[in-house]
Each structure stands twice: as C-alpha cells, then as structure tokens.
Design a protein around this ligand. Structure first.
Ligand SMILES: [Mg+2]
Length: 443
C-alpha cells in the first residue's frame, strides 16, 4: 500500500514547513521546566509590548502586540511569566533546531528564525508521516523545542497545512495535505476553513480588495479567474493562486539572498540628550554591524548614520536626519568604520533634542574574497597592514564568540552598565547557551 502511494507521487515535489511552536516562549521554557504549564509571554525591545505568547497566554486573551503597561496587572494576577526578549538565546536555539532538521534532507530553506521549508520528495503516505513524526521527536529531544509540520505539494499548501496543524490538536503535530491531493471535496473543505488573509503572501492589503469582491476563504481565492488575479494582485498573486491549485511556482531559496545592507539600530530605553551618549550608541551599533559583516565575509563601501526623536511625543520638538558617506576602499575593519560613523554623527547631531533612536547602516556590500582589486590596495605596505587588521579582527571576533559579546570592545562603545542609553530589559532570562557566566547550573 505504502509502495503504491509512493509510486503514485514519484516525480512531484513534496514540501514540508517546519514551524517552532510559540518559539520565543518555548526557548524560555527549555531552561525553566517549572514554566511548562504556566502562561508565558515575551516582550519586545524596551519591554514595550507582547511579541510572543504561550498557548496558555493566548487562552487568557492576551493579544499579540498588547502594550505591557496596560496588561501588567492582568499578567501578574494570572501568574504569567514575563520575559524581555533575549535574542542571543533565541538565535542560538534556532541554529540548533535548523541543524537537526538539515540532517533529514539535503534541500532546505531557512525561512525565518523559527521556520524552515524542507523538500521531502519521494516519500508519501505513511512513510511521509513517520518521517515527519521522527523529525519532530528528534528536534524536541535534542533541543527541547516543540515544532509542527505541515506538508503539501507546493510551498503555499505546506503553509496552509501548517496552519491547520496548529489549530487541530488531533493532528499531533503533523498534517500531511498530500493525502488529499486527489480528493477535490477534501481539498475544498480544508481551504474553506482558512481565512484568505492567512494565506501566505496575501496580507492585509490584498485581503481588503478580496473582501470587496466577496472572497473570504483560501478556496474562493483559489477559484478566482487568472486574469482578475494578475490585474489586481500582480504575477506574485497569481503564483499564490496557482500554488493553492497544486501547481508549484516557488522553489526553495537555497541560500539566503545576498544582503544589500546591514542595519544596526535600536530604540533607546530613555531619551538621549547628550552628544556623548549618542556617540556611544553609534559606536556600539557599528561594532555589531561590523562583526556581522565579517561573519558573512563581506566588505562595505558605504557607511550611513541616522538619528531621530520620538514622533509620538508631540510636546517635544522633532528632528530626524540620515547621512551616508562613501569610503575610499571597501572595508570590514571596525576601527575605520567607527571613525567614519563618529564623523557622520557629528554632521547631523543637533543639540537640544531628545533622541529616541540612532542607528548605523552599511551598504555597497561585496564579497570579501575574489573581489576586484582597488588602486589603493597596491600602495606600498597596504597589503601587510590589511593582513594585520584582519588578524586583529579575527582574534577579537573569536574572543567575543567564545566569552560573550562585548568581551573585547572599543572604548568608544561605552563601558557596560553605566551606559544610560541602553535598552530597557527588566526581565531578560540568562543567555544560557552563549555566555559562560550565564550557563544553566544543574543540581
Ligand atoms: Mg512559529
């Protein structure tokens, strides 16, 4: 039986979408088993609003994006565990999950911090189900993170399957829609149950236009005439519709698209009114951006700095500015980037404003290796200097990776705790997996 089913499917693609359940909350729970049944929420930068909720928190009616200050007493009364976001932890847990998944297929696309598409061609029926369940169990066992798996013959249908899976406890974490590919009534029923705005790629903008035409479900979208879709939703929308019909239009993105820019910026926990504080923040963000540049073996040709006040504080005078500058030669050397960023900040910084946000941008990115030489590279001694700079950056990156970010830092970035502009993070959990001092202790 299984053999017949797999022969029947031979040659057509099978896409699985693996999605970590309530990812940030699940990461927090891995190291706090006492929270297994308690509601958990995670807050955005500066503890502003709720960006992740455990199933129990959803059941309490805590909405996505709910402002923390409004819900604070309700969260306290219900015994909800509240966390500031801890991206060092989430990023590291994500790469652990992805590395388990990658052992199940050679074809995988990491779609976001908590989602990946996998090609599982050649499997069908019970074998496909068993494969997906084994994957789920292993991710859970090795990382502690619960995932759900949606399977379909296109990426868009895999997304639909994943949504159905999460809404249906009886699925036990896996929903394989390829089983119903030849049953029109079953496909209709499934697609009827999915609101059109929840279809991958539709979004709120298209949903309004679709509603005006009386289209509210994924099935109604699937059955629209092609020319109407092309006219109102462009060729991207047409791909979505074809995919709902089971015609694959979207391939896995093997490697993430090359970056065009690196932006590093945050909103401040408290308004910044001192030039020296703004300089520290710019230096800190540039240090991070440069480290990211080197991790991806890129060089930047252009540096940008931006500043802005808080537009929501109408009683304050408002100012925003952005300036960029081109470097003589592309670089990934932090001290050069810091010097340039500091000069740019001085060009746009104005006294007398309360700044809410500053940030840096690196653009004109190109691969470090195999790039075309620049006339300046040929100046006497320049190659040796480059080598020394590379060695210095490698050592400081390695120390920071091993002992925690900020082990080696630049004096311009300010000295740790006294940084007044720092983000508000009252409830951040330890960086259990990436910082020696914060490892979980057993016993
Ligand atoms: Mg998720």
């Amino acid at each position: 039986m299984a053999l017949i089913a797999s022969l029947k499917n031979a040659g057509s693609p099978v896409f699985a979408l693996v999605d970590c359940n309530n990812f940030y909350c699940s990461c927090e729970r891995v190291f706090r088993p006492d929270l297994a049944r308690r509601p958990v929420v995670v807050l955005s930068n500066n503890d502003g609003c709720v960006i992740a909720r455990s199933a129990e928190a959803k059941a309490l009616g805590i909405a996505m994006g709910a402002p923390y200050f409004k819900f604070r007493s309700r969260l306290e009364r219900s015994g909800t565990a509240v966390f500031s976001s801890n991206y060092a932890l989430y990023g590291d847990m994500s790469s652990r999950v992805m590395s388990v998944l990658s052992s199940y297929t050679p074809d995988m696309e990491i779609y976001s911090i908590d989602e990946a598409f996998l090609r599982l061609d050649g499997l069908a029926g019970r074998r496909l189900d068993a494969h997906a369940q084994a994957m789920r169990r292993q991710v859970r066992q090795w990382t502690g993170i619960p995932v759900s798996v949606g399977i379909g013959i296109t990426k868009t249908l895999a997304k639909v399957a994943s949504r159905v899976c999460k809404a249906t406890p009886a699925c036990d974490g896996v929903f394989d829609m390829t089983r119903y590919r030849d049953s029109a009534p079953a496909m209709d029923r499934i697609l009827d149950s999915v609101p059109v705005e929840d279809v991958w790629g539709v979004g709120r903008r298209h949903a309004a236009r679709l509603a005006a035409r009386g289209v509210f479900s994924a099935r109604q979208l699937r059955d629209l005439p092609d020319d109407w879709v092309r006219r109102h939703m462009t060729v991207t929308g047409l791909h979505t519709v074809l995919e709902l019909r089971g015609i694959p239009c979207l391939e896995l993105e093997a490697a993430p698209a090359p970056r065009r820019t690196i932006v590093s910026s945050r909103s401040f926990g408290h308004p910044v009114e001192e030039r020296s504080d703004a300089h520290e923040a710019v230096a800190d963000y540039m240090t991070r951006a440069a480290a990211k540049l080197r991790r991806e073996s890129l060089l930047a040709q252009s540096v940008g700095v931006f500043v802005r006040t808080n537009a929501f504080r109408q009683e304050d005078s408002q100012y925003a500015n952005f300036v960029t500058d081109t470097l003589e030669r592309p670089t990934d050397y932090t001290p050069h980037l810091l010097r340039r960023a500091a000069a740019l900040l001085d060009r746009i910084y104005r006294e007398g404003f309360r700044y809410k946000k500053v940030g840096v941008m690196l653009s004109g990115l190109e691969p470090k290796f195999g790039r075309q030489g620049n006339l300046l590279d040929c100046l006497p001694g320049e190659a040796e200097k480059d080598k020394a700079r590379d060695a210095l950056m490698q050592v400081s990156d390695a120390l920071n990776a091993r002992y925690g970010r900020g082990t080696v830092r630049y004096a311009a970035g300010g000295a740790g705790e006294e940084r007044r502009w720092h983000m508000r993070q009252a409830f951040r959990s330890p960086r259990y997996t990436t910082t020696w001092e914060e490892l979980a202790v057993v016993g």
